[in-house]
Design a protein around this ligand. Sequence first.
Ligand SMILES: *Cc1c(COP(=O)(O)O)cnc(C)c1O
Length: 364
Amino acid sequence: MKFESLVNPAVLTQPVYEPGKPIEEVARELGLDPAGIIKLASNENPFGPSPRALAAAQQALVHGELYPDGGCFALRQKLAAARGLGADQFIVGNGSNEIIELLGHALLRPGDEVVMGAPAFVVYKLVTLVFGAKAVEVPLVNHRHDLARLAAAITPRTRMVYVCSPNNPTGTANAEAELLAFARALPDHVVAVFDEAYAEYVEPAPDLRPLIREGRKVVCLRTFSKIYGLASLRIGYGYAAPEIVALLNRVRQPFNVNAIAQAAAIAALDDREFAAKCVHENRAGLGQLEAGFKALGREYVPSVANFILVHVGDGLRVFEALQRRGVIVRPVKSYGMPEWIRVTVGTHAQNERLLAELKTALGK
Ligand SMILES: *Cc1c(COP(=O)(O)O)cnc(C)c1O
């Protein structure tokens, strides 16, 4: 018997997620010095973690022999105080990606439908497919989620609808009023998931907490991977009605979030100055990149996140040319945008370097 015949058929047809390559891998493959490579591919924070988060992480390592608090009590208390919700309205995951997977475990059965934008963060689709559910993809309009079209795609079989705002990979956002109205008008059998991975970069960020307080079937997702610079530690959270949080807790592993990440996240929330500085620098960096793209005569999608799409003609070719010159960006062909690349906003110097190498790669 072939091994494949034993396998869940959804696994065999599952598309493979292609992450941004680590610097060391690119250095190895291209024979480059890792010290000269910059990575602007995965929307990581170019300023690293807050020094306070780093200190807390180091401190937590001392008790590396102990299992972590799987319930993330202290972090949920901190989140509750910071965000004005109850501690029982938060669930912490091994990255917010884990919570996307927990939603699949808790909600999806074969034949269910999950409505999502296209292009939007690919993990929604991957998780949907592996549970044997159907991904109903609704094209964006002007690179933005069209909430009326998403609503129109809902059927009696729809279990969830994902709205990513600001959206990855387009960097576009929906306004608070339209998000609230969309959620309030959903039929009772649909759970809305709002992915707010980049919300902290938006000022003011849409406030979706009224939906949670109203007890709606809504889950909001946030992460410590972006503005808080803790992508390596894998920690993110969701907030939702206590009933939904309780369901998600049933399907998570007992020690899903490590203690180092929990300690770092608590300290990161305390360092508001650092987060404010990152928002400020990001806005300046977006301006710098936009001006540079304009100077190169390149179309871009105005972004409110920490990354931006720019039109380069042959995205894969330009991605490879940049990579050979030590600048890692993200091709978005797999998102149906073969003529574009996605660039993470770096430090001022990194943005300069990207623009200079892009000019060369474009043959200007
Ligand atoms: C980066 C990102 C996340 C964060 O994922 P983690 O698992 O928390 O690192 C979630 N959603 C979107 C759309 C993202 O781009």
